[in-house]
Design a binder for this molecule. Structure first.
Ligand SMILES: NC(=O)c1ccc[n+]([C@@H]2O[C@H](COP(=O)([O-])OP(=O)(O)OC[C@H]3O[C@@H](n4cnc5c(N)ncnc54)[C@H](O)[C@@H]3O)[C@@H](O)[C@H]2O)c1
Length: 345
């Protein structure tokens, strides 16, 4: 009886005070009903950046800030996407801007700004021009979003991710890149074609440079647990590997850029961070002794969650695989050595 009386008395006090009630309702809404949405910024809203924005908005992964140097482009993308989201019922706030201050408060910044490959160019050809662009973007990230994670996409990917880490001075786990998702998707695609089975039954692994020296790993690529080396002839495996290495150049020669496949890979990584899914993905991670190498960013399997790269998974490579991986290490170390403004240890 006593307890019930006390509750009634307390309710009476609150009900007399409109301000208290409204304050309590707002607090309840914030804490229990409307968890605050995460903020994702995309720097560079060209062909790939806009495709990423489309997928991230459709999946309602968070509010979006789109930034580009071209006047009107990110604003136009934001309006277009906002109207799409309105019909989808996706609750995302999308703002386009030419001002980096709008990335303030970002949980994740996806860097897709810079030049892409023209037919016949290698990713390394891009390095010199993109170095200046990425330095400038990273300075702005440090200024306006010093607590964010960074997902690098601009090519040459391994070198630009290393550069972003050096320029920002962020912990290595907060800076990572997208390459492995795309390369494994491509390997999966060619394995599925050779075997005539569903891609959903295939797990593929590709490590190393996002470039010609990448290392697709047939022993670790399986169809429901069975290595593809037991299902395909050596010639078929070799063909799947060769096509995986060359397919980007083929697509660029045909349509000028690769768009939907990388956009999907990036979106899966955004999802793993935003939802703290801790997906095990091939991604460009900092290596500090793993695989016997140090002070380099390369594609390896790793756990990706809300705090970035949580751990690198070390595969037990055989001699042939290790030699191919070390060749990739050499290619990337040489390219990093050509950076104009970064001291390599
Ligand atoms: N990692 C991967 O898997 C992968 C896959 C495909 C493409 N890429 C790379 O992504 C990058 C973008 O490719 P794209 O096809 O979208 O090129 P794009 O030319 O269509 O778009 C690039 C955009 O970046 C903008 N930009 C340039 N400097 C900027 C700056 N300082 N700040 C903000 N924006 C800036 C440009 O105005 C342009 O809109 C290229 O380097 C390309 O090689 C990487």
């Amino acid at each position: 009886m006593v307890n019930i009386d006390r509750k009634v008395a307390l309710t009476g006090i609150f009900l007399k005070n409109d301000e208290t009630i409204s304050m309590l309702l707002t607090l309840m809404a914030r804490v229990w009903i409307l968890p605050s949405r995460r903020l994702i910024s995309i720097i560079g809203t060209g062909k790939l950046g806009s495709a990423v924005a489309l997928q991230v908005a459709s999946r309602e992964l968070g509010d979006l800030r789109l930034v580009d140097i071209i006047q009107g482009l990110p604003q136009g993308e934001a309006l277009d996407l906002g109207q799409m989201a309105a019909e989808q019922g996706a609750d995302v706030d999308i703002v386009g801007s030419n001002d980096y201050k709008d990335i303030a408060g970002s949980d994740l910044v996806v860097v897709v700004g810079g030049l892409g490959r023209k037919p016949g160019m290698t990713r390394l050809d891009l390095q010199e021009k993109n170095e200046d662009i990425i330095r400038g973007i990273c300075d702005k990230i440090v200024e306006y979003a010093p607590k964010t994670l960074i997902l690098m996409v601009t090519n040459p990917l391994d070198v630009m991710t290393y550069l972003a880490w050096k320029v920002t001075g962020f912990e290595p786990s907060r800076v990572f890149g997208q390459s492995g998702m795309l390369d494994t998707m491509r390997f999966k695609y060619f394995i599925a074609k050779a075997l005539r089975v569903s891609t959903s039954s295939i797990q593929a692994v590709v490590i190393g440079e996002h470039g010609d020296s990448m290392v697709p790993l047939p022993r670790f690529s399986t169809v429901n647990g069975v290595p593809i080396t037991e299902l395909l002839s050596p010639a078929q495996v070799a063909e799947a590997i060769e096509r995986t290495r060359k397919i980007a150049a083929e697509v660029i020669a045909l349509k000028g850029a690769t768009i939907y496949a990388p956009a999907h890979g990036i979106t899966r990584m955004v999802e793993s961070v935003i939802k703290d899914k801790k997906m095990v993905l091939c991604l460009t991670a900092h290596l500090n002794g793993e695989y016997g190498v140090k002070d380099i960013y390369l594609d390896v399997p790793a756990v990706l969650g809300a705090r970035g790269v949580e751990r690198v998974i070390e595969l037990k490579l055989n001699d042939e695989e290790r030699a191919a991986f070390l060749k990739s290490v050499e290619v990337v170390k040489t390219a990093v050595g050509h950076l104009k403004t970064v001291k390599v240890s």
